[in-house]
Ligand binder design. Structure first.
Ligand code: ADP
Length: 484
């Protein structure tokens, strides 16, 4: 049988450019699929943020002109082999040499360019995929372009290419003024209706992905169910319900080679499940570096996250003084809404030696926090999958989560009688329920033997991509059977 060919499109990929979990997935899932024999290639924008060490190794393959209605825009194509996977970078400095990856006034134009370029470069690099795997709104328009224009092109090149659209976060949809439909995407108004891309009289990129891709998926089973309901559906629940027969929930994995406490060079000390002394050393060093009291008497509860409402930070803010009163140290690393940045900075001032607020993006510190903490807090309002709880467990840090989305699917509630489970959880979005879960964790922490056993249970879980990559491969194969 011929190798399955997949063109994996993502607007961010670790280690090249990252704002959140999508980059982690795009950096690690293709590697796992490659190991399963899939000919998978990854495409992303060539941002100005990509480190020089990578840029200097890229090979220039050529260029093309991408048509955005009346504009013709240059698109350079670069290639880099990294970790056994081939990555393609689409270059246009006007669009991608910006101060941030997203959140800019012309995002509609920037990602219209990206979507069209994802398709245009294929004949140039001589790669005809069976499936284009799209991820989040930044790539959603590809399915519509394929349907409306590319599939019927005389060459027949695009005729048999099918699309899988994966939702990593339904909240971010890429909604822009309707004028871009004709003026940038060069599309006909007939797709501007409630079953197409129209969304409250605007254009919605994510909705294009949901409406026009042959198959849909999201990053956990529970989230795949939740988004059918008004509370989680972000005003797309009707469409999602309608397409639920085509929707799959496949939980994310993590790269267990890069994230290995035995070898991770970012840590202060390495350790493994049989010898946790390095973990305690990480805790001491973290406390020292962050200006916390150096002690093992109290647990460190930490958060590494975008500081936005989704992450349940209002619950933390609401009861913060009571949480510290339980007898914990608190560490946060993140950037985001000013409200939370200011609150955590203020809390550090109020509780010297007990609270450390690190308002920045710092991949090394993130890793040291995963390793040096005792508990990891994720009280999310919603969480498609969540990766931080997986990283924390991998490093023997016990998660405390709200039972939603992927958090519900990946953390098994601890049973103090049977001593089974991998973490502590609470059901309702309620600050006191969260406090209760933290208090339960602190009680177990006080029994050193039970706590050590719990750490080991967390570390022995398998969060590698092995299983989920197989599910993706099976889904790709199923798509080919159904649509060819
Ligand atoms: P989301 O995708 O919603 O942001 P995830 O838990 O899926 O949440 O993934 C977040 C990823 O981003 C994790 O790899 C986490 O370690 C990383 N991260 C978030 N904020 C920071 C930060 N300030 N510094 C370093 N890494 C961060």
């Amino acid at each position: 049988m011929q190798k399955l060919k997949v063109w994996f499109a993502s607007s961010e990929v670790e280690p090249f450019a990252k704002t959140g979990g999508l980059a982690d997935v795009a950096g690690s899932l293709p590697k796992a699929l490659k190991e399963l024999g899939v000919d998978i290639r990854v495409v992303m924008p060539k941002y100005g943020q990509i480190a020089k060490e990578f840029v200097s190794q890229m090979e220039f393959l050529g260029s093309c002109e991408v048509e955005l209605s009346w504009r013709k825009q240059y698109c350079g194509i670069f290639k880099l082999e990294y970790g056994g996977v081939t990555f393609y970078f689409l270059d246009n400095e006007y669009y991608f040499f910006r101060e941030s990856l997203y959140g800019l006034y012309e995002d509609g134009e920037r990602f219209s360019f990206f979507c069209r370029a994802i398709l245009d470069v294929l004949p140039i690099i001589d790669f005809k995929p069976d499936i284009i795997h799209l991820n989040d709104w930044q790539t959603g328009m590809v399915s519509l372009l394929l349907d409306a224009q590319y599939r019927s092109m005389g060459s027949g090149f695009y005729k048999r290419i099918h699309t899988l659209f994966t939702i990593h976060n339904l909240k971010y949809q890429g909604v822009f003024h309707k004028n871009i439909l004709g003026d940038l995407l060069g599309l006909d108004w007939k797709c501007f209706n409630v079953d197409g891309v129209e969304f409250f009289d605007q254009i919605n990129f994510l909705k294009a992905g949901l409406s026009y891709s042959s198959t849909l998926s999201t990053v956990s089973r529970t989230y795949a169910e939740e988004i059918k309901y008004d509370f989680y559906g972000e005003q797309l629940q009707d469409l999602i319900r309608r397409r639920s027969g085509d929707m799959y929930g496949i939980v994310n994995g993590i790269d267990c080679q890069v994230n290995d406490p035995r070898t991770d060079t970012r840590l202060y000390a390495n350790y493994d499940i049989d010898d946790l002394s390095g973990k305690y050393e990480n805790k001491r060093m973290l406390q020292r570096d962050l200006g916390l009291d150096v002690t093992n008497e109290v647990p460190i509860v930490s958060i590494v996250s975008r500081l936005v409402d989704q992450k349940g930070l209002d619950l933390v803010e609401y009861l913060f003084h009571e949480l510290i009163g339980i007898g914990i140290q608190f560490v946060v690393l993140g950037t985001g809404d000013k409200r939370y940045e200011d609150f955590f900075s203020y809390a550090q001032g109020v509780y010297p030696g007990k609270v450390s607020a690190n308002i920045k993006y710092d991949a090394t510190l993130a890793q040291r926090i995963y390793a040096g903490s005792d508990m990891y807090l994720m009280p999310s309002l919603y969480e498609p999958c969540g990766l931080s709880q997986l990283f924390s467990m991998r490093y023997g840090t016990v998660p405390i989560v709200r039972e939603t989305g992927g958090l519900k699917d990946t953390v098994i509630p601890y049973n103090k009688f049977t001593k089974e489970g991998t973490g502590f959880s609470f059901a309702n979005y309620n600050a006191h329920e969260m406090k209760d879960a933290i208090a339960r964790a602190v009680e177990v922490y006080k029994n050193k033997e039970d706590w050590r056993a719990l750490i080991k249970t967390c570390m022995s879980q398998d969060f590698s991509w092995q299983h989920s990559a197989r599910e993706y491969k099976a889904l790709y194969e199923d798509m080919l059977r159904r649509f060819n």
